[in-house]
Each structure stands twice: as structure tokens, then as C-alpha cells.
Design a protein around this ligand. Structure first.
Ligand code: CAA
Length: 395
């Protein structure tokens, strides 16, 4: 066992840090305030290869491992979580799902454009009445012979208004329960796809979140992903990896809160000395650094397990559950350390506090992560396989 990052990993982390500090930080406050989609910043993320980091170079991706991806997500999330959620959904839900389960024709047609960021993708699972209870899909896709007819509504869809491709989960046979669910690739300019208004959110305000309506959309048979009835498992397997990306986002918020608090507390003086010299603040910094480090270890371990093709489902839920709770706690503490300045937009920490909340909700709430973790325990399975021989289910 060793805890050292490779030269390549350090280079990715440094490149992402430089990009976030130089290109994302200027303007992030205004974009958040005005809910302005970061068009130019997303274009630069595409240019730098951040939108298809783990996709094989054969399909236009960076061919990197999951550790590189979480390192980049962490650095970008210290600054701009609207950009990091756009990046996360495109990388871990859309590109990974297509590369792992798509046909060669689907990869050639869609993945090659999504991995380079020429197109952005969205993952459409949640519905007005199917959030945590993801098997209760009301969206239907009726088999019409040479195509499916798609009808229904999806809610809170990240990249909803800017994406060219949706991966849509829908019920094809209600009697079969989760085995009657399928996943489809839908192009957003097809007839019957209607994009609802942009949501006015508490956090990640410049990302693009919409309700999507599908009315009699004709989806060609060849756009179904996997065998008939594979859609629910497709969603679960894809979200298991996605949760590592959101865990890394939460880690970035926690680490960003800590870094800003450390710097501010060394500059700001009260009672004749920097506030960092007062135990009340110094102990907050100590607690923040310990919990951030613990979250980091959970996130890196989940990413490493995925790279080793070992069972990472409980590990990914643990990383997301813990990192998102640490992000919430530390961003609140960061506002407290900054005092009155923390309550105004200029100092960045109030935005991190607002952004932190969604990491406890999307890609499975904290309660859903506890379901996954506790079921693992109740099945008598180890939370984390200790060797490759203990692989429960290879992905
Ligand atoms: N990998 C593979 N298969 C899995 C799996 C996994 N991680 N999790 C479950 N399954 C399989 C089960 O084995 C079972 O199959 P069999 O019957 O063949 O054994 C099947 O799926 C059904 O599983 P469950 O009985 O466990 O299903 P459930 O109804 O009890 O639900 C749940 C389990 C964990 C709560 C699941 O519904 C869930 O994860 N809900 C949360 C959904 C979610 O994360 N939504 C996020 C929306 S996307 C988003 O936020 C993106 C964004 O824009 C940022």
C-alpha cells in the first residue's frame, strides 16, 4: 500500500488548479449571481480535455484513470461547482455509460463527439414522482417495431438546455418492474423533445438545470443501450461511478472552504493578532483539515477500486456520503471564520456553502447512500474488497 500520487497525477492536478484559479475564478461570482451559463469556460474545459478524461483515445478521450479525474474535479470544485457538475455529468454519467455499455456504432456516432466536448450530454433519470425511488419510472417507451415511442417528463436535468444528447431511462414494460426499464440515446433536436425553463437554484446557479418533456419522440431501436430490460441496471452502474465524481466535487468544496479560511485567518486581525492565532479559529482549522483529509482518502480509494475493476459500489457511496457532509459542515464553518465578510459574495465562501447542499442530494441523497451502504453490510459483504480475488461484480 502506498499513498503517493504519480508524476502524471500531480501534473493533472496542477493543470486543473491553474485552470480553475486563472480561468474560472474571475467571473465566477457574476456568473453565479446572474445564472449565466459558462459557455466560454466549458469550451476551454473541452479544449483541455476535461470533458472526456477517462474515455479511451480511440474515441477522442484522454485515456486517463479515475484518480486523475477526481484530482481534476477537486481542483475545479474549489472554485466553480457549476463547471464541475457539467464536467462530472458529461464524464461519469454520459461518456462512461456509453463507453462501457454502448455498441460500437453508438460509440462512433455519439461518444466521439461527447468525449471531446463538441457535444455535451445529459442523464435523464429523475422524474416528478421518481427521485430516490428510481424504479417508479412514469416515462414510457413503447415498442413500435422499428422504433420506440417515448413519452414523459424528466426533472432537474443537469445540462438540460445545452446538451445535444440525452441518456433517457424509461419504462418499456411496467409488469416487469425494474426489469422492464430501458435506457435510450435521444438527440435533443428530434421532434417531440421540449426543454422547459431553467431552474432558479440555491447553488450551482450557472449550471443549466431544466425539466424536459418528451411527446411521441421516435427513438430508433439501435439507440437502446444494452439488452432489453437493462436500463435500471445501466442507471445504477453508471450512478455508482457518478457518485465518485460528486464525492470529488464535495471534496473540492470542503478543501476550498479550508484553503480560503486558512488564508483569511492569517490576514485578518482581531484583539491584536491574526485570528488564526486564537484557539477558537485554530481548532476550527484543525478539524477542517482532518475531516477534509479523511474525505480525500475515501474519494481516492473509491476511484482506485474502480480503476482496479474491483467492486466499488459501497466505497463510492461512502465517499459521497462523507465528503458531501464534510463539504456542508466546512463551508458553514468557513462563513463563520470569515465573519461578516463571509456573508457577502465577494469572499467566495457563501457560494461554496450554497453549492455544498446539492452534493447531499443529487446522484443519490445521503439517505440513498446509507441504503446502499447498509444493504452491503446486511448481505454480509465487505464494504471494500481487500484483494482482487474478492471481486464481487466486475464492471
Ligand atoms: N449495480 C448493479 N446493479 C444494481 C445496483 C448497482 N449499483 N444497485 C441495484 N442494482 C440492481 C439490484 O441487484 C436489483 O437487481 P436484481 O433484482 O436482478 O437483483 C435491481 O437493481 C433493483 O435493485 P434494488 O432492489 O436495490 O432497487 P430499489 O428499488 O430498492 O432501489 C436504490 C435502490 C439504491 C434506492 C436506487 O433506486 C437508487 O439509487 N436511487 C437513487 C437514484 C439516484 O441516484 N438518482 C440520481 C439522479 S441522476 C442525477 O442526479 C444526475 C445529475 O443531474 C447530477
Amino acid at each position: 500500500m502506498h499513498f503517493e500520487l504519480s508524476e502524471e497525477h500531480l501534473a493533472v492536478k496542477e493543470a486543473a488548479r491553474e485552470f480553475a484559479q486563472k480561468e474560472l475564478k474571475p467571473g465566477v461570482i457574476e456568473r453565479d449571481k446572474n445564472m449565466t451559463y459558462p459557455t466560454e469556460q466549458v469550451r476551454k474545459m473541452a479544449e483541455l480535455g476535461f470533458l472526456g478524461m477517462m474515455v479511451s483515445p480511440e474515441y477522442g478521450g484522454g485515456g486517463m484513470d479515475t484518480i486523475s479525474y477526481v484530482l481534476a474535479m477537486e481542483e475545479i470544485s474549489k472554485v466553480d461547482n457549476s463547471c464541475s457538475v457539467i464536467m462530472s455529468v458529461n464524464n461519469s454519467l454520459v461518456c462512461w455509460g456509453l463507453e462501457t455499455f454502448g455498441t460500437e456504432a453508438q460509440k462512433q456516432k455519439y461518444l466521439t463527439k461527447l468525449a471531446t466536448g463538441e457535444w455535451i450530454g445529459a442523464f435523464c433519470l429523475s422524474e416528478p414522482e421518481a427521485g430516490s425511488d428510481a424504479t417508479s419510472q412514469r416515462t414510457t417507451a413503447i415498442d413500435m417495431g422499428d422504433h420506440y415511442l417515448l413519452n414523459g417528463t424528466k426533472n432537474w436535468i443537469t445540462n438540460g438546455g445545452t446538451s445535444k444528447v440525452h441518456l433517457v431511462i424509461a419504462q418499456t414494460d411496467a409488469e416487469k418492474g425494474h426489469r422492464g426499464i430501458n435506457a435510450f440515446i435521444v438527440e435533443t433536436d428530434w421532434e417531440g423533445v421540449q426543454i422547459g425553463g431553467k431552474e432558479d437554484k440555491l447553488g450551482i446557479r450557472s449550471s443549466d438545470t431544466h425539466t424536459i418533456m418528451y411527446s411521441d419522440v421516435k427513438v430508433p431501436k439501435e439507440n437502446r443501450i444494452g439488452e432489453d430490460g437493462f436500463g435500471f441496471k445501466f442507471a445504477m452502474k453508471t450512478l455508482t461511478g457518478g457518485r465518485i465524481g460528486i464525492a470529488a466535487q464535495a471534496l473540492g468544496i470542503a478543501a476550498g472552504s479550508y484553503e480560503l479560511s486558512l488564508a483569511y485567518s492569517q490576514e485578518r486581525e482581531a484583539f491584536g493578532k491574526p485570528i488564526s492565532q486564537h484557539q477558537a479559529i485554530a481548532f476550527k482549522l484543525a478539524d477542517m483539515s482532518v475531516e477534509t483529509e479523511a474525505a480525500r482518502l475515501l474519494v481516492y480509494r473509491a476511484a482506485w477500486l474502480k480503476d482496479q475493476h474491483m467492486d466499488y459500489s459501497a466505497a463510492s457511496s461512502m465517499a459521497k456520503l462523507y465528503a458531501s457532509e464534510v463539504a456542508m459542515r466546512h463551508s458553514v464553518e468557513a462563513v463563520q471564520v470569515h465573519g461578516g465578510y463571509g456573508f457577502v459574495k465577494e469572499y467566495h465562501v457563501e457560494r461554496l456553502m450554497r453549492d455544498a447542499k446539492i452534493t447531499q442530494i443529487y446522484e443519490g441523497t445521503s439517505e440513498v447512500q446509507r441504503i446502499v451502504i447498509s444493504r452491503t453490510a446486511l448481505k454480509g459483504k465487505p464494504y471494500v474488497p481487500v484483494s482482487k480475488n474478492a471481486v464481487a461484480e466486475k464492471v
